[in-house]
Write a protein that binds this ligand. Structure first.
Ligand code: UDP
Ligand code: MG
Length: 236
């Protein structure tokens, strides 16, 4: 299997059908084998019914359903563990990421292990854009990073990289840093962003900032305490 698309879903009933048809259009044009894995993070709307129907119509689609809502990192983790593709691509279920960007990410895989999308023209409420700019700046400063837009879900990974990670709740925002710590090559490419057409955002400014800051301190600690020794010689 060449490509696994991993998509966390929490109450996104109206976005799923258009997303699936857009994705199929792009993926079938690539000439590579693929699967689409939806991780239903305990949705309480009709998302799961719609996804089950999609699976029954298309064997390339799978759904993993959580018993209850456990958050985006948990959903990514379950998707990563289930993925069979050599390359794993993550994206949001709400149509804010553009499937047309997938070929651009794929072009850089090979030269790089991880390719992160950067929503250079972000289409969100101003409060979110401003708070996210500040958060990215603080995060980059405190963790000595240069990732412009860590919150963009549209990313491509060589699957091998992901098997090295032990994820914790909230860590999906720090995947580029965690992977760099493991020695992988990470780059960023500009991607499109669309306004949310259906449903609601799952994050408010306050919970993102407070939780994000606590998580940042954890990542900063991990980075500082990271073991990076080189063995010069072994004598037997
Ligand atoms: N999501 C999820 N579990 C959660 C919160 C979000 O699976 O507990 C999914 C959500 O359905 C969407 C993606 O994660 O596909 C990003 O969420 P959202 O669009 O609300 O974030 P925003 O774009 O507003 O930062
Ligand atoms: Mg969104």
């Amino acid at each position: 299997m060449d490509i696994s698309i991993v998509i966390p879903v929490y109450n996104e009933e109206d976005s799923l059908r258009p997303l699936i048809s857009e994705l199929r259009g792009v993926l079938s044009g690539l000439g590579r084998s693929y699967e689409i894995i939806f991780v239903d993070d305990g949705s309480r709307d009709r998302s799961f019914e719609i996804l089950k129907e999609a699976v029954s119509l298309d064997p390339k689609t799978r759904v993993i359903r959580f018993k209850e809502n456990k958050g985006q990192t948990a959903a990514f983790d379950a998707g990563f563990k289930a993925a069979l593709g050599d390359i794993v691509i993550t994206m949001d279920a709400d149509l804010q990421n553009d499937p047309q960007d997938i070929p651009h990410l794929l072009k850089k895989i090979g030269e790089f292990d991880v390719v992160c999308g950067w929503r250079y023209k972000r289409r969100d409420p101003w409060i979110k854009i401003v708070s996210s700019k500040i958060a990215n700046r603080v995060r980059n400063k405190l963790s000595q990073e240069d990732v412009v837009d860590t919150g963009c879900s549209l990313k491509a990974y060589r699957r091998e990289c992901l098997t090295r990670l032990k994820l914790f709740n909230g860590m999906h925002r720090f995947l580029p840093t965690l992977l760099k710590m493991e020695g992988f090559k990470v780059t960023q490419v500009k991607v499109n962003h669309q306004p949310r057409r259906f449903g609601k955002t799952k994050y408010n400014t306050r919970n993102r900032i407070v939780r994000g800051f606590i998580d940042l301190l954890a990542v900063r600690w991990m980075k500082r305490r990271h073991l990076d020794y080189e063995i010069e010689e072994v004598i037997r």
